[in-house]
Design a protein around this ligand. Structure first.
Ligand code: FAD
Ligand code: NAP
Length: 313
């Protein structure tokens, strides 16, 4: 049955930012509620090895996020499996409508909805999504044992996905639109040394090629960015790893944004353009976008929210 629940602090999102905010808000005895969304644990649940989380030389992304969830719960946060479909920030208490029918009202809101994978926007990409086109090597790499795959992108995600795919595929071609990668140097070294990896520089994806019956990818057509010359590269899987866009749809009409769709916060704080609404992690950060920086902002958001609540009292 539909119910209305009130909380002092509502945290939306269950990545490193959301769970860290929950740990801090719970330890401040504010009894926060955290709504997990469609991807409990956030982006790190679709990766494997994380090597830059302080204190863990190696940790699996999904394991780290399970530990964060357990930590938040152990401190007293209520973690709810639900999705916020609309949010009204026009008056306090703020109101959030969840998919389950529950309405949450909150004195303060911490937005930690992170980011989602970007797509190239090609009709052929759309057509073969789920039939050879993927944005998650961790999820789908297993299907390409002994097969050839192509990855597009030049950041950490693309390099990580390409290296991960070498565990299954017979050959991995990384296609990048420039002649240098923006991925960390250590990752680039591993990529260039790998015998299964080939890099095609200065090419953009023109089209995903495939069969109709059964529906499936057979290759990609890559176009040289300067000459326009096209090359067809046979493959069974095509992985898009061109970055992520902030998940700001809930608040895009209500809060000030920056750099496109990122939620704007005051410098040195997590305060958004509406008092009582705070934002943390990849939703607001177009520069660092790391687990540890998101967690740090989650901590700041909880401290900012507590301060806001005590000022109201
Ligand atoms: P996210 O992790 O994006 O989590 C967002 C959360 O919001 C999700 O739980 C989602 O379900 C929830 N949500 C969204 N909309 C709603 C809604 N309407 N209602 C309720 N909930 C909602 N960083 C590193 O530091 N080291 C790495 O090794 C590393 N590897 C990566 C590998 C990959 C493949 C990717 C994609 C990223 C990687 N990153 C890494 C970056 C890191 O994952 C992100 O910086 C970090 O997860 C951002 O945390 P966040 O809490 O801001 O958001
Ligand atoms: P990113 O750093 O923004 O890189 C996106 C890449 O895709 C860039 O190389 C970009 O090319 C390319 N690209 C963008 N749009 C394209 C298009 N339409 N067609 C072709 N190529 C396109 O994104 P990311 O790699 O997902 O990383 C996001 C953040 O997460 C980063 O801060 C990263 O450090 C972090 N992360 C960290 C780790 C780690 O620490 N191990 C792992 C994964 C991600 P240009 O280079 O030409 O712009």
């Amino acid at each position: 049955m539909a119910e209305t629940r009130h909380t002092k602090i509502l945290i939306i999102g269950s990545g490193p930012a959301g769970y860290t905010a929950a740990v801090y808000a719970a330890r401040a005895m504010t009894n926060p509620i955290l709504v997990q969304g469609l991807q409990p644990g956030g982006q790190l649940t679709i990766t494997t090895e994380v090597e830059n989380w302080p204190g863990d030389t190696h940790v699996q992304g999904p394991d780290l996020m399970v530990r964060m969830e357990e930590h938040a719960k152990a401190m007293g946060a209520e973690v709810i499996s639900d999705y916020i479909s609309s949010l009204d920030l026009s008056k306090r208490p703020f109101t959030a409508q969840a998919d389950s029918g529950t309405t949450f009202t909150a004195d303060a809101v911490i937005l930690a909805t992170g980011a989602q994978a970007k797509w190239l926007g090609l009709p052929s990409e759309e057509k073969f999504k789920g039939f050879g086109v993927s944005a998650c090597a961790t999820c789908d790499g297993f299907f390409y044992r002994g097969k050839e795959v192509v990855v597009v992108g030049g950041g950490n995600t693309a390099v990580e996905e390409a290296l991960f795919l070498t565990n299954f595929a017979s050959k991995v071609t990384l296609i990048h639109r420039r002649d240098s990668l923006r991925a960390e140097k250590i990752m680039q070294d591993r990529l260039f040394k790998h015998p299964k990896v080939e890099v095609l520089w200065d090419h953009a994806i023109d089209e995903v090629l495939g069969d109709e019956n059964p529906l499936g990818v057979t290759g990609v057509r890559a176009k040289h960015v300067e000459t326009g010359e096209t090359t067809d590269i046979p493959c069974d899987g095509f992985f898009v790893a061109i970055g992520h866009a902030p998940a700001s749809e809930l608040v895009a009409e209500q809060l000030e944004l920056h750099s496109g769709k990122y939620v704007k916060v005051k410098s040195g704080s997590t305060q958004t353009s509406i008092p009582g609404v705070f934002a943390a992690g990849d939703l607001t950060d177009d520069v660092y976008r790391q687990a540890v920086t998101s967690a740090g902002m989650g901590c700041m958001a909880a401290l900012d929210a507590e301060r806001f609540l005590s000022e109201q009292e």
